[in-house]
Design a protein around this ligand. Structure first.
Ligand code: ZN
Length: 102
């Protein structure tokens, strides 16, 4: 399924802009988060859900002062991606129950 990049994503108390840029050309990365600019940047040639989830975990880590290291962020991002992929109907249901989709 093609990944549709959201324009923004609300993460806890913060809404972050999601930008598509030549990130691979700039620094060789697929994604990065700029906390001070409230922005997640994804490489324009390969925006993907896994990279977005990884940066979302970075934002949660920052906002909650969890002090996760990069390996923990990567593992949590992969776990979330797998959980969502393995349970798509559950996540639709949870969004309905929790009042999402507004
Ligand atoms: Zn990272």
């Amino acid at each position: 399924m093609k990944f549709r990049t959201p324009r923004t994503v609300k993460i806890l108390a913060t809404r972050l802009k999601v930008s598509l840029v030549d990130l691979a050309g700039e620094c060789g990365r697929q994604a990065e988060i700029r906390f001070w600019k409230k922005e997640i940047r994804l490489d324009k040639d390969n925006p993907n859900a896994e990279s977005l989830l990884h940066e979302i975990v970075h934002s949660v880590d920052e906002q909650l002062a969890l002090n996760m290291d990069e390996d923990n962020v990567s593992r949590m991002g992969t776990a979330l991606a797998t959980l969502i992929a393995d349970n798509p109907r559950l996540f639709h249901h949870l969004a309905d129950v929790l009042g999402g989709g507004q």
